[in-house]
Design a protein around this ligand. Structure first.
Ligand SMILES: *Cc1c(COP(=O)(O)O)cnc(C)c1O
Length: 361
C-alpha cells in the first residue's frame, strides 16, 4: 500500500518526512528511552519540545515580543467561546463578519455572551463573496472585530485582513495560518487549530497581544477558558496534549526547512492558481466564488452533472486521490491544498479531472 494524495479538509495530510521522523523516534525520543508522548510534561525534555515549537513558530511568523503564544486544547471551536468570554465582559457589543459557516459558528457562540453586531454578511449570495467594505457597518464601541481569514467550507479567503478601522482585530486562521506571511502587530488575537497546516488534531495555537491578558473575563469563566491563566502557566495549566504538541513541533521544523512561510505562500499560490485556471476553462467543473476572494487553500467545485458525483469520487479514490467529497452544506467536491500537500498532487488531480470530463461530459 503506497500513500495517497489526501485532499481532506482536516485532519489533513501530514508531511511524509514528519511521519517518518515520528516513526524513527517512536520508541526512543532523543535518547530518553521513551516516546515523546510518554515524557512527563513538566520535565525538561518535554519543555524542550514546548520551547522549540514556540521559538519556531515565532520565527516563522515573525511574532513580535509583546505577543504570547499559547498551545491550548479544545480545537478552533473552543476559541469561539474563549474570545468573547475573555474580551467582552461589560462590553456594549462585539462586531462579527459573516462570510461563511465558520464565521457563523463563531458569531452564534458569541451571542451567548452579549450583543453581537453584524458588520456584514454574504449569506445573501450564498457565501460566494466578501461584502464590499463600503457596505460594512462598524460600531465604534465594539470590544473587538472578529472575522474568519479563510472559510474552509465555502472556499473564501480575505485577500488582506480588514485592518485600518481602529478595531481590536480577532482572526480565525485555523485553515490558513502558515500559508502566507502577514503583520501580526495588526491583530489582538489569532487562533488556529493544528490539524490543517500545523499538525494533528488536539492542539490549538493562540497568538495573543500581551495587554489583552489583563482584561477581566466574565466572572464565571472556567479556569481552562482563561487566557490569562494559561499564559501565567506557559500553557501548562493542566496536562497539555503532548502528542499533538510534539507533532506540531515537527511540522514547524519541517515548514522552516521548506523555506518558511513565504515559500509556503508561493506554493499555495501556484497550486491553487493552477487548479482554478483548469476549473475556469472547463464547462464541466465550476467554482462559484468571486475571483478576488477565492481561497488558495480550500477549492470547492461542482460538476455540471451532479449525478456523477459518486462516480467521480469512486474513480478518484481508485487513482489515489482521497477525500475530495465536498462539505455536505455546499455539496460537490472540495480539494484542500494545505502546506503538506505537494504540487504533484494538484497535477495528478487536474489530470484525473481532465480524464473524467473527457469520459463523461
Ligand atoms: C476547522 C476549523 C475550525 C474548527 O476547528 P476544530 O478544531 O474542529 O474545533 C474553526 N474554524 C475554521 C476556519 C476551521 O477551518
Amino acid at each position: 500500500m503506497t500513500r495517497v494524495y489526501n485532499f481532506g479538509a482536516g485532519p489533513a495530510q501530514l508531511p511524509e518526512a514528519v511521519l517518518l521522523e515520528m516513526r524513527d523516534e517512536l520508541l526512543n525520543w532523543r535518547g530518553t528511552g521513551m516516546s515523546a508522548m510518554e515524557l512527563p510534561h513538566r520535565g525538561s525534555d518535554f519543555e524542550k519540545i514546548a520551547h522549540e515549537s514556540e521559538q519556531d513558530l515565532r520565527e516563522l511568523l515573525a511574532i513580535p515580543k509583546n505577543y504570547r503564544v499559547l498551545f491550548l486544547q479544545g480545537g478552533g471551536r473552543s476559541q469561539f467561546a474563549m474570545v468573547p468570554m475573555n474580551l467582552a465582559y461589560q462590553a456594549i457589543c462585539m462586531a462579527y463578519m459573516d462570510t461563511g459557516v465558520w464565521s457563523q459558528f463563531a458569531l452564534q457562540e458569541a451571542q451567548r455572551y452579549g450583543n453581537v453586531h453584524l458588520v456584514a454578511s454574504s449569506a445573501d449570495n450564498h457565501y460566494t463573496d466578501i461584502p464590499p467594505q463600503s457596505s460594512w457597518s462598524l460600531p465604534k464601541e465594539a470590544a473587538y472585530l472578529h472575522y474568519t481569514d479563510n472559510e474552509t467550507i465555502h472556499g473564501i479567503e480575505f485577500p488582506a485582513p480588514p485592518t485600518g478601522y481602529g478595531f481590536l482585530l480577532v482572526s480565525d486562521m485555523s485553515s490558513n495560518l502558515l500559508t502566507r506571511p502577514f503583520d501580526i502587530s495588526q491583530f489582538g488575537i489569532i487562533y488556529a487549530c493544528a490539524q490543517k497546516n500545523m499538525g494533528a488534531a488536539g492542539v490549538t495555537v493562540v497568538i495573543i497581544r500581551e495587554d489583552l491578558l489583563q482584561r477581566e473575563p466574565f466572572p464565571y469563566t472556567p479556569s481552562m477558558f482563561r487566557y490569562g491563566l494559561h499564559a501565567e502557566n506557559n500553557s501548562f495549566l493542566n496536562t497539555p496534549p503532548t502528542l499533538a504538541w510534539y507533532i506540531t513541533s515537527l511540522v514547524l521544523k519541517w515548514t522552516k526547512k521548506q523555506g518558511g512561510v513565504s515559500k509556503m505562500a508561493e506554493q499555495s499560490q501556484r497550486k491553487s492558481a493552477k487548479l482554478y485556471a483548469f476549473i475556469d476553462q472547463s464547462d464541466f467543473y465550476h467554482n462559484p466564488v468571486e475571483a478576488h476572494c477565492r481561497s488558495r487553500i480550500n477549492v470547492p467545485f461542482i460538476l455540471a452533472k451532479p449525478e456523477l458525483d459518486q462516480q467521480f469520487l469512486k474513480e478518484a479514490t481508485k487513482m489515489g486521490l482521497a477525500n475530495l467529497k465536498g462539505h455536505r452544506l455546499v455539496g460537490g467536491m472540495r480539494a484542500s491544498l494545505y502546506n503538506a500537500l505537494p504540487e504533484s498532487a494538484v497535477d495528478a488531480l487536474i489530470e484525473f479531472m481532465q480524464y473524467f470530463e473527457a469520459s463523461y461530459a
